[in-house]
Design a protein around this ligand. Structure first.
Ligand SMILES: [Ca+2]
Ligand SMILES: [Ca+2]
Length: 273
């Protein structure tokens, strides 16, 4: 049995990139849970053609958890977060929930009165959902009961994108993507609601996904293709350079790999942290 376990583990590690054999329609985010990689597919921007694909640990697309329809809208799903048996997904100006087992649609957190371009999503230790609004330059905090608060960011933190909760401090970290006109940064929001720059660099242009592996942060640059590694002591190294616009990466502890969706390439790849 031990040999089989080792063989399966090796296959899982080697074959996930084989998802490139199947075209995924504009994958923004990939998130692993209990043997399944969930991939949010934007499809065409602005069209009600979004989906959440299911990919197994060997890289094969095994099915579709959610597919947009007239009665079950899902326009441009992006950031995802899992809480219990619920998958939460941002969708332009709303946040939708789906049952991880059945794909059945659940709650809709409607932020359309003020939100413009919801991007990433994270859950903090208290069960609050946090969403970034890249065009509204704000964060949204949604309490477990559904009450939502818009939190405007200081002006230097333009275009918030990737979100992740620090595993030790519980602070919300975020990556910004102002593009060539501004300075992209990784920043954090303290427990008292203050903001601090964690790291900036002249080569940061459009930071997107942000994930922790222990105390080490990894983040992608959608514009340049770089995936950066930021050690706990502040040392920054470029982990790799990818074609196809790496978007909302995440870490799958069971696979010991970062999952990196390549939005413009139509697949995702994996990286050893
Ligand atoms: Ca779409
Ligand atoms: Ca993103």
């Amino acid at each position: 049995m031990r040999c089989i376990g080792v063989a399966l583990a090796a296959a899982a590690l080697a074959l996930v990139p084989a998802a490139s054999g199947t075209h995924l329609a504009t994958p923004e985010s990939a998130l692993y849970s209990k043997g399944v990689v969930y991939v949010s597919l934007v499809g065409a921007f602005g069209a009600n053609d979004g989906a959440i694909a299911k990919v197994d640990a060997s890289g094969a697309v095994t099915g579709t958890l959610v597919q947009a329809s007239e009665t079950a809208p899902l326009a441009d799903p992006k950031g995802m977060a899992i809480s219990g048996s619920t998958l939460w997904v941002t969708d332009v100006t709303v946040i939708r929930s789906f049952d991880l087992g059945t794909g059945a649609a659940g709650r809709v957190i409607d932020l359309s009165a003020s939100a413009r371009f919801l991007n990433d999503l994270a859950v903090d230790r208290r069960g609050n959902l946090w969403a970034s609004d890249s065009q509204g330059n704000a964060l949204y905090r949604v309490a477990p009961g559904g009450a939502a608060a818009r939190i405007a960011l200081p002006s230097r933190f333009a275009a918030p994108n990737g979100l992740a909760v620090h595993p030790m401090t519980g602070e919300l970290w975020f990556a910004t993507a102002p593009g060539v006109a501004g300075q992209a940064e990784v920043a954090r929001r303290t427990a008292s609601g203050k903001y601090a720059v964690v790291k900036t660099h002249r080569q940061f242009t459009g930071l997107d996904g942000l994930a922790f592996v222990g105390k080490v942060a990894y983040f992608s640059d959608f514009q340049t293709g770089a995936v950066w590694k930021l050690a706990a002591d502040g040392k920054l190294t470029k982990r790799t350079q990818l074609a196809g616009s790496p978007a909302d990466l995440s870490y799958a502890p069971a696979l010991k790999r970062l999952l990196v969706p390549l939005l413009r390439a139509g697949h995702f790849t994996t990286l050893k942290p």
